[in-house]
Ligand binder design. Structure first.
Ligand code: SF4
Length: 392
């Protein structure tokens, strides 16, 4: 494993791939008729790899890497945070993942407490957990009326579904199921880039372990966009870029699974079955973006007894009632959709920092603003290679 890891971070190998990318990029741009060729990395962890290792600085002028909507915390509507804050202050224990603990709500619901962290400081009952199973265990032990804030994409949805389907959720624990699905937001994102289209997709690796590489077939078949399911090491990402350029030169877009060490074509069928058994697909809101058709999960009727919406009388958002839910001046929706860079936001690293997040993209380790804030200076690997190639 260590050998594989070393190889996937090898400076020599990275240099060779970067050289090839530089060689092929002008030809690919000519074939596409668009400079730069816009390649979207959909996953927050890919954005981490790209920024942390300074991969963007190694790209030729013909290639632009843009971050996509791959951070589940960033896109969770403020309304659900508000609801969780309110319940925590009313004596319901709220279990949350650490990523969502600092997530700002709307601050609109009659109190100035903006996050679960602030709610806890104000006396709210909030407990950070690593998994829904922690919440199940604690709720069983403490017997308090409680709620688990279930955010996440297809990667975390099976973990939520598992104790529900297995009948393990105690009577005093309800789940606020706000899971979201990635293929629908990918379609939505393509539509927002219509004038300056996305010409390559680095498909999300973690999500693909569940949904399978096959989930991205539509990107090639319907949009003609070269697509690579990639791992999270620098070599994985560089190979994905190279493959996309090659496909453009050949004029034959296809779906390639570069991350075959973790992702199967069919994905994890057991996990898919669990999600399907537990949840139905519904239209759902994305923060700052609004409703996206068939992009969310809701518990099926037979699991209503664990559904916090039902049990705590929480009204679900509707397209008519949904309100723009980013704080004033925050450009997180544009950052999420790859229309703006974190540095395009005037609040970046002034008002909004990892220590004092103002918008949702600055909270999670997968949020583009948080990643750029922490690693925007690039990494040693990239600097070394850039110097040796004379592009520093
Ligand atoms: S820097 Fe902060 S305020 Fe600006 S877009 Fe990012 S999260 Fe929003």
């Amino acid at each position: 494993m260590q050998v594989l890891e070393q190889r996937l971070r090898s400076q020599d190998l990275a240099r060779k791939i970067v050289e090839k990318i530089h060689k092929l990029a002008p030809l690919a741009a000519k074939r596409v008729g668009q400079t730069p060729i816009k390649i979207m990395d959909f996953c927050g962890t890919h954005e981490y790899t790209i920024t942390h290792y300074g991969i963007r600085s190694l790209m030729p002028p013909e290639v632009e890497l843009v971050a996509g909507p791959g951070c589940p915390v960033c896109i969770t509507p403020a309304y659900y945070v508000d609801v969780a804050i309110k319940l925590s202050l009313e004596g319901i224990r709220v279990y949350t993942y650490g990523d969502a603990y600092k997530l700002p709500g709307s601050g609109r619901r009659g109190h100035d407490i903006r996050s679960l962290e602030e709610a806890r400081a104000a006396g709210g009952d909030v407990v950070v957990v690593y998994s829904v199973l922690d919440a199940v265990r604690m709720a069983r032990r403490d017997r308090k009326p409680s709620l688990f804030l279930a955010v996440g994409f297809e990667t975390t949805a099976p973990a939520t579904a598992s104790p529900v389907v297995a009948g393990m959720v105690p009577e005093n624990l309800k789940i606020l199921n706000v899971h979201r699905l990635t293929p629908p937001i990918m379609r939505y994102t393509f539509a927002t880039h219509r004038d300056n289209p996305i010409r390559g997709v680095i498909a999300p690796g973690h999500v693909s372990t569940i949904v399978g590489a096959k989930a991205w077939k539509f990107v090639v078949e319907e949009y003609g966009i070269p697509t690579v399911v990639a791992g999270f090491e620098p070599i994985d990402v560089l190979l994905a870029v190279l493959e996309i350029l090659r496909q453009h030169i050949e004029g034959r877009p296809r779906l390639v699974n570069e991350y075959s060490r973790a992702v199967k074509w069919e994905g994890n069928k057991r996990a898919q079955k669990l999600i399907d058994e537990c949840c139905e697909v519904v239209d759902a809101a994305w923060r700052g973006i609004g409703f996206v058709p068939k992009s969310g999960l809701a518990f099926r009727d037979k699991y209503r007894h664990v559904d916090a919406f039902h049990e705590y009388g929480i009204k679900e958002l509707t397209p008519e009632e949904w309100k723009y839910d980013l704080p004033p001046g925050c450009r997180c929706a544009e950052v999420t959709l790859g229309i703006a860079k974190p540095t395009d936001c005037p609040l970046f690293m002034k008002v909004c920092t990892p220590g004092t997040p103002y918008g949702p993209c600055m909270v999670s380790s997968e949020g583009a603003c948080a990643v750029w804030a922490r690693f925007g200076g690039g990494g040693g690997l990239a600097e070394e290679i850039a110097r040796s190639l004379g592009i520093a």
